[in-house]
Design a protein around this ligand. Structure first.
Ligand SMILES: NC(=O)c1ccc[n+]([C@@H]2O[C@H](COP(=O)([O-])OP(=O)(O)OC[C@H]3O[C@@H](n4cnc5c(N)ncnc54)[C@H](O)[C@@H]3O)[C@@H](O)[C@H]2O)c1
Length: 245
């Protein structure tokens, strides 16, 4: 599939969770579209391979760490003079039914998904305000809107991201900043842990009849991150083959 042609020349972009899956394809999209692409992930080895593969910058960052997040945003601004786009994509699963869920499983999932999104947003806002420009794209999930057995922590985090997206969209609109979320499904490692028969069942419930390729998710994120999408804010765009209809 060809790249959707938006021009990101001279735009500095951070993609979190970029070592594999959706994040890697999002980073590739921006790199191909001329951006200064900064990929971050806490899996340093995979990240290095991924960044080398697409010729972007790779930074081992744990989105749960305020210090590491702020250091990366500071470095991007120092090196390039701006931070224009943040894609909050990093994610983990710690699935189990609620009565077996430990504090650690709860805290980790909230800290990566909702906490990471909060930390990058907070770190970028002073720069966005100065530039009077910014794009944030957060990644939520069908589970956040509809629930899923074994995922009380993940559903809470992903529903929280919806509220966070709408709140920050309202807070930042006056500064030329848009904040949107996407709700994807895609064939990635995250989905690979679902048993084959359950996967077939899910795919059968998707009107388009299959999971997305990560490139299809990247194209939607790229659109929302473009200058051209400047009148769209506070939305949750399902990129899910019609699943949520
Ligand atoms: N694949 C799907 O169908 C689907 C559906 C709904 C939502 N999502 C969301 O899309 C996003 C990407 O998912 P994916 O399917 O590509 O998963 P993935 O597991 O393939 O990739 C997630 C990446 O995030 C990184 N990561 C995890 N914790 C991190 C941390 N603390 N700091 C930095 N990096 C960290 C991982 O190392 C990994 O490289 C996630 O937020 C996920 O919840 C995916």
């Amino acid at each position: 599939m060809g790249n959707v042609k938006f021009d990101f020349t001279n735009r500095s972009v951070i993609v979190t969770g970029a070592a594999r899956g959706i994040g890697l394809e999002v980073a590739r999209f921006f790199q191909d579209a001329g951006a200064r692409t900064y990929m971050c992930d806490f899996d340093a080895d995979e990240l290095k391979k991924a960044a080398d593969e697409i010729g972007a910058h790779g930074f081992p960052v744990d989105v749960s760490s305020t210090e590491q997040v702020e250091a990366l945003v500071g470095q991007v601004v120092e090196e390039t003079g701006s931070i224009d786009v943040i894609v909050n994509n990093a994610g983990i699963l710690r699935d189990t039914v609620v009565w077996k869920m430990t504090d650690e499983q709860w805290d980790q999932v909230l800290s990566v998904h909702a906490g990471g999104t909060f930390r990058f947003t907070r770190a970028a806002v002073p720069h966005f305000r100065k530039q009077e420009y910014g794009r944030i794209i957060n990644v939520t999930s069908y589970t956040g809107l509809h629930g899923n057995t074994g995922q009380a922590n993940y559903a809470t985090a992903k529903a929280g991201i919806v509220g966070f997206t709408k709140t920050t969209a309202k807070e930042l609109a006056r500064f030329g900043v848009t904040v949107n979320a996407i709700s994807p499904n895609a064939k990635t490692r995250m989905v690979a842990s679902i048993p084959e028969d359950k996967l077939g069942e899910i795919a059968a419930g998707i009107p388009i009849g299959r999971f997305a390729e990560p490139e299809e998710i990247a194209a939607a994120i790229g659109f929302l991150a473009s200058e051209e999408a400047g009148y769209i804010t506070g939305t949750v765009l399902p990129v899910d083959g019609g699943l949520a209809m």
